[in-house]
Write a protein that binds this ligand. Structure first.
Ligand code: GCB
Length: 621
């Protein structure tokens, strides 16, 4: 836990965002060669449910610390940059000084840091190139789908700029229809993980700044008129009414949209209005509600003209009543753990279904019905696994520690990432909480910034609960939760580290809590570090015994908070962080995991598991 209150000087960046088509053009796109044909990336809901041509695999890669592939030494953008993927020809007056064919390879998906020893600490631009053959069908749109590229990225197809994006944890869909041709093609990406003073997140995080094309890349072909976004959910209340909307792009008002759930014998149609949305509201018979105990998923067909998506969805409601969280109308206690997108066993950024199943499998083994997916939107694979495995999810915007809260451009970037997160992931039954921020300093600029995000999230998705992880104030041995940001939240999240950053594990025994909000409370973090396999006394830091002792004293203290409705201790697994250099112990891993990065369970895992399984924690169920 660390808090910066520095206000970084304002710098660069303009942004555009256009409602349904969440989009960003952050770096003077018009100046970039080939930019005329480029359009802003769009959000596609359920992109992973569409047939796709994978572009995963080995890409030619060039590390370019000075970004000389794009910028000249006068810092002007080049007309003959590396995106042209030129091949040296005999007799060329100047030799071509790059060659993607002979260049080293990087695997996609995957961060570059854990693929080559020399790139472990690298922060800067890297170029990627891949050839592909393609036969576009007539009357279609082709999108280059990039699951995530950290942090800024630029894309060209056959030398033509197709889009650029800022934000390392949300998907990018570039319309490449005009750039792709029949036969041989190539795609070039430049990805730059330089941390920015005006970035979201900002300069300092407690996780590794993994760079690269960290999630899957593919081509998605859709008809000219197609479904880009949709939202279908169970209406709050006693009945079984499914409501929502389907948005159609490229069509005229009056396009017919059909939604069917064959297992329930339900079929409903509606037509689009002038905003391209068809609004749906229909009753279903015999619906089994999705819950952690029975994570029932239904096949849902969405159709508009030539376009169809086969979804797999669960239906449930979530709301608050006083200090309760109600799932399907019944109080629930969230037995959770916080999870980074760190790959188990191999380390690096997690991206695969196997990664997701291991991490969530451990959470289940611990007795969890809930995970806090910290500190940024995790990938669709993780959310699909949570839907399938029946694990409720807190999904988080990367507004972390100190940002330039008084800079409107930073707010615009946070809004863009929030829009992308919600519009991409809003059909996952598992997600019940949208978290706006983690541990931000209590000041007016911060409060205004996050309140703006909270009301945006609420208006985009009134069916879920809005939260944030707040810091607590101490007065003697009383912890006070009165951050004014709490007013904007449905559920209060708080992080505290009694026994680690303050006091001793036993200090928890005498700690009192004063919570100024009559709202449900989740203790979104607590814990301490231990190196797996290091043993000693309960008083010796870094031993498994010390960490287990923290948990032994925390759990009874938390249990006494009347409005406690959940917890997600920090963290499920050790994860890489450059903030954690202690040699022989941390070795650049945050050691607060209950499990080591090699899968070794620490004693605290079993302390928490026992409490979760024998019901000594959690009053509501
Ligand atoms: C926190 C942060 C988390 C850190 C953790 C720690 O409060 O939210 O990102 O990793 O503390 O280990 O200090």
């Amino acid at each position: 836990m660390k808090l910066l209150s520095i206000h970084w000087p304002v710098r660069v960046a303009g942004r555009l965002s256009c409602g349904m088509v969440a989009a960003s053009l952050l770096l003077g796109l018009a100046l970039v060669p080939g930019a005329r044909a480029a359009s802003a990336p769009i959000v596609l809901t359920g992109a992973d449910r569409r047939p796709a041509t994978s572009l995963n695999g080995e890409w030619g890669s060039i590390v370019d610390p000075y970004f000389s592939g794009l910028f000249s030494f006068h810092h002007e953008e080049k007309k003959n940059g590396w995106f042209l993927n030129q091949k040296a020809k005999p007799g060329d007056p100047f030799p071509t000084e790059y060659n993607f064919v002979t260049a080293p390879k990087l695997k996609v998906p995957g961060d570059w840091n854990t693929q080559h020893e020399l790139l472990l600490y690298y922060e800067g631009p890297v170029w990627y190139e891949r050839d592909f053959t393609y036969q576009p069908k007539p009357k279609t749109h082709i999108f280059l789908h990039v699951g995530a590229a950290n942090y800024r990225s630029w894309f060209w197809v056959n030398g033509q700029k197709v889009c650029e994006h800022e934000g390392g944890f949300t998907a990018i869909n570039c319309d490449v229809t005009q750039a792709v041709h029949a036969g041989a093609n190539f795609v070039v990406a430049a990805v730059d993980n330089t941390r920015l003073e005006d970035g979201v997140p900002g300069l300092e995080t407690d996780w590794w700044n993994y760079g690269g094309l960290t999630r899957e890349v593919s081509l998605i072909e859709v008809p000219e008129t197609f479904i880009d976004q949709y939202d279908l959910h169970l209406m709050r209340g006693a009945g079984s009414v499914i409501e929502g909307w389907v948005h159609v792009m490229g069509g005229q008002p009056g396009e017919k949209v059909e939604v069917e759930i064959p297992e329930l014998g339900a079929k409903q149609s509606a037509t689009t209005g002038s905003d391209g949305r068809a609004v749906l509201h229909f009753n279903v018979q015999g619906l089994e509600r999705w819950s952690p105990d029975r994570p029932k998923l239904y096949k849902v067909g969405l159709h508009a003209g030539q376009d169809s998506i086969d979804e797999l969805m669960g239906f449930r409601t979530v709301e608050t009543r006083g200090t309760e969280i109600l799932l399907n109308g019944k109080p629930i206690f969230l037995r959770g753990v916080s999870v980074h997108a760190e790959a188990p066993y191999r380390t690096g950024r997690a991206y695969s279904n196997k990664d997701a199943e291991i991490l969530l499998g451990w959470a289940k083994e611990l007795g969890c019905n809930y995970v806090r997916l910290a500190h940024y939107p995790h990938d669709e694979t993780m959310l699909r696994a949570a839907d399938r495995m029946g694990i409720l999810v807190w999904s988080e915007n990367p507004v972390y520690w100190a940002l330039e809260f008084d800079n409107p451009k930073v707010l615009a970037k946070a809004e863009q990432q929030l829009d992308e997160e919600i519009n991409t992931s809003r059909n996952h039954a598992a997600i019940i909480l949208w978290s706006m921020a983690n541990e931000t300093p209590n000041n007016a600029a911060r409060t205004h910034f996050i309140e703006t995000l909270a009301s945006r999230a609420r208006s985009m998705d009134p069916t879920r609960l809005i939260t944030a992880a707040l810091l607590v104030r101490a007065q003697g041995n009383t912890k006070i939760v009165d951050d004014p940001l709490g007013q904007a939240l449905d559920v209060i999240g708080v992080n505290e580290y009694i026994g680690w950053y303050e006091g001793h594990p036993e200090s928890a025994d005498t700690t009192q809590w004063q919570i100024e909000y009559q709202k449900p409370l989740i203790v979104s973090e607590f814990g301490g570090g231990a190196k797996a396999g290091l043993h000693g006394s309960e008083n010796e830091r870094w031993t498994e015994e010390y960490q287990a002792n923290i948990y032994r004293h925390q759990l009874p203290m938390l249990n006494k908070i009347p409005q406690l409705r959940g917890m997600s201790p920090w963290a499920l697994m050790d994860f890489r962080s450059p903030n954690r250099p202690l040699a022989g112990i941390q070795d650049e891993f945050n050691r607060k995991g209950l499990i080591s990065e090699q899968g070794q369970k620490k004693q605290a895992f079993y302390v928490l598991q026992k409490a979760y399984k024998d019901g000594t924690i959690g009053k509501a169920n």
